[in-house]
Design a protein around this ligand. Structure first.
Ligand code: PLP
Length: 237
């Protein structure tokens, strides 16, 4: 089999990303092994995703229901997969038994639908509550002020388990600005954790993407979601 340049690039990108994760972790006295690298697959050919998996990536992030259903059988089997995109309630049923976590839960309505489908499928779905930390109208997620209340309300539902928080902060030119948003998220995470709410396990703090994952790690992220830095610029069709 011939190896394509894009495949070599993924292997090299992966090495660079892992090095940077290590450096960022060391900077704050953390163990790099505590930080999970998620490969975000939107628009990426399954063959290329599999190169990442073959090189040790054990977590995929999926944004779109249909795209995931089309691609999933071409992936290396049994790779842990989290849904990270905006999820319409009427599509929950298509993925409920096909993902290991839904990171993008931003309303009670969506959580109820997940709960209903999880019960029907006799499973417990792990979820993260998505926070719109920059309060941008273009982004999903609950406001920072409402986060705790939403967590409490969702935690009451059966068939799901709250495992932490996810966020996509505004794109910042300066690292200091990114650090500011990530530290706010860290604070919300800690505040909720300290409340010891039933059915809430504050274990996952999913923040940091290609542009800002080092800053996110410095502020306590333990899942970084990387697309373009790994697979190259996305080609939208
Ligand atoms: C696309 C996407 C990412 C990855 O973005 P990159 O900037 O390409 O790393 C991470 N998280 C979510 C929710 C995304 O939609």
């Amino acid at each position: 089999m011939t190896v394509k340049p894009s495949e070599i690039a993924v292997v090299e990108n992966l090495k660079v990303i892992r090095d940077k994760i290590s450096v960022a972790a060391q900077k704050t006295g953390r163990n790099a092994n505590d930080i999970r690298l998620m490969a975000v697959t939107k628009t990426v050919a399954p063959e290329l995703v599999n190169v990442a998996i073959d090189n040790g990536v054990d977590l995929l992030g999926e944004n779109r229901v249909q795209e995931y259903l089309d691609k999933k059988d071409s992936y290396v089997p049994d790779t842990e997969t989290h849904f990270i995109g905006h999820l319409q309630t009427n599509k929950v049923k298509y993925i409920i038994d096909k993902v290991d976590m839904i990171q993008s839960v931003d309303s009670v309505k969506l959580a109820r639908e997940i709960s209903k489908n999880a019960v029907k499928n006799n499973l417990i779905m792990d979820i993260l509550v998505e926070i719109n930390i920059g309060e941008e109208s273009s982004k999903s997620g609950t406001s920072p002020q409402m986060a705790q209340e939403l967590v409490c309300e969702i935690a009451e539902l059966e068939g799901l388990r709250i495992k932490g928080l996810m966020s996509i902060p505004p794109i910042c030119e300066k690292k200091e600005q990114s650090l500011h948003y990530f530290s706010q998220l860290r604070q919300i995470f800690v505040d909720i954790r300290d409340k010891n709410i039933d059915n809430v396990y504050m274990e996952c703090l999913s923040m940091g993407m290609s542009q800002d994952y080092e800053a996110a790690i410095e502020m306590g992220s333990n899942i970084v979601r990387i697309g373009s830095a790994l697979f190259g610029q996305r080609q939208y069709h």
